[in-house]
Design a protein around this ligand. Structure first.
Ligand code: ADP
Length: 421
């Protein structure tokens, strides 16, 4: 059967986050990396296309999003979701407004919602104002974001500045009134000429009611939270199996490795923990910069050790060492050198028989899946919040856990193996 829900996410970790929510609520979900070239994978209820469009020029974001939409429509999806960050990361030019409107045009719909609320992560919308924890968006750390500083917490205003259609608000009172009230509020907004409605929500039950009210909308936009209300719609229409183990993955046999390029505090602790239990090889960016063949050194080192349990290859280090390296090489060059070195090592380890791989660091993971030419991931159950096991699509499937820097408990690198299917 064709997939039901087709989503377009404006960045990679946001896509994984959404995929995790859908799996948790019973949809077998595949995440595609970039606009797919492959035909849609079988046995999936939801597909999330991960783009990198959050901060590119609006025209490029629109173009990529429309290509993703075309692919998802061809795959047979019946409803579409545009996923962005729950802190509404954008600026006055876009890209939330322009992409949402382009998708509306393509889907020939005159109404959609914009709901970034994700109460479990402290994001709540009330009277159209976005709260991050206990403070308004513009009082949170987001006001200093290097690319998308958020200086206005009123999402109706924020979205209006980047939209041509009228932006309105579905208020908390309507949301608390439940599905029928929300539908009435949608109808009223529509008759007032509203094209996109910000929707208040401060709890998961609000999100479930909003999801129910959106059953017949061709397009929704929002954070991962509001997607939790969608699977039940498909189930009530008899399109989605009840109680299926949506996160069950095929078992992948093979050797095990961890490649870590994150220098976030949680990863530092995880590396320190694993070093007590497994052979470990540290990458020195200055040696890489001096032209030493660090990739070959790491692979030689690993080749004698791989058969007897997981190995760890890492560049993870403390902030003062990172700073020294950055002062010498420049932050951008240091980052790029380390990323490409770790990605090359990961590829060579896979050539040597590694089939179960954990990668720590968002950018590092992007570099590794890029060099491994991974086009899509079947999403499994979570190891720790926000980090699922996944299995790559294609002829040589790999079990991959791609861990954002600050995620996971200190024993994550060892615990993960015991959570493999
Ligand atoms: P996180 O998810 O923790 O932010 P990322 O992989 O996204 O991790 O980012 C870490 C960045 O730091 C990458 O660009 C990586 O190449 C770089 N890096 C890793 N180790 C070092 C190091 N020892 N010195 C300098 N830069 C490093």
């Amino acid at each position: 059967m064709a997939p039901l829900l087709g989503s377009i996410a404006d960045d990679f970790t946001g896509a994984t986050d959404l995929a995790g929510v859908l799996v948790k609520h019973g949809m077998r979900t595949v995440q595609m990396i970039g606009v797919p070239r492959l035909p849609p994978p079988a046995s999936s209820d939801a597909i999330v296309v991960a783009l990198k469009t959050r901060t590119v020029p609006p025209r490029d974001a629109v173009e990529a999003s429309l290509r993703a939409l075309r692919w998802l429509r061809d795959a047979g999806c019946r409803q579409f979701f545009f996923k962005y960050c729950s802190t509404f990361d954008s600026n006055d030019r876009g890209n939330i407004g322009p992409v949402a409107e382009a998708l509306m045009d393509a889907l020939e719909t005159d109404f959609t919602i914009a709901c970034p609320a994700f109460p479990a992560n402290g994001r709540a919308v009330f009277r159209g104002y976005l709260f991050v924890g206990d403070v308004l968006l513009h009082e949170s750390g987001m006001r200093h974001h290097p690319l998308t500083p958020m200086t206005d917490a009123n999402l109706v205003r924020v979205l209006q500045r980047q939209s041509t259609r009228r932006v309105g608000l579905v208020r908390f009172e309507s949301v608390r009134g439940g599905e029928a009230e929300i539908r009435r509020a949608f109808a009223n907004a529509r008759s007032d000429g509203v094209g996109v409605a910000i929707v208040d929500a401060t709890s998961d039950s609000d999100l479930m009611a909003i999801g129910a009210a959106c059953r017949d909308l061709p397009l929704l936009t929002g954070g991962s939270g509001v997607a939790m209300g969608l699977p039940v719609n498909f189930r009530s229409q008899g399109l989605l199996a009840r109680d299926q183990p949506a996160g069950r993955l095929p078992r992948i046999e093979g050797l095990e490795a961890v490649v870590s390029g994150s220098c976030s505090p949680a990863t530092e602790r995880q590396v320190a923990h694993m070093r007590n239990f497994a052979p470990a090889f540290q990458i020195d960016p200055l040696r890489v910069a001096s032209g030493a063949d660090v990739v070959a050194e790491a692979v030689d080192w690993a080749s004698g050790r791989l058969g007897s349990g997981p190995v760890l290859v890492y560049s993870t280090t403390d902030p003062s060492t990172v700073k020294k390296v950055q002062d010498e090489l420049g932050a951008e060059r240091a980052g790029a050198l380390v990323e490409s070195t770790l990605a090359a090592i990961a590829c060579r380890l896979v050539d040597a028989g590694v089939r179960r791989l954990i990668v720590a660091g968002g950018e590092t993971a992007g570099a590794v899946v890029g060099m491994l030419r991974v086009e899509g991931l079947r999403i499994g159950d979570e190891i720790d919040p926000g980090v699922p096991w996944t299995v790559s699509l294609g002829e040589r499937p790999l079990a991959l856990a791609l861990k954002s820097g600050n995620f996971g408990t200190d024993d994550f690198f060892l615990k993960a193996w015991s959570r493999l299917p």
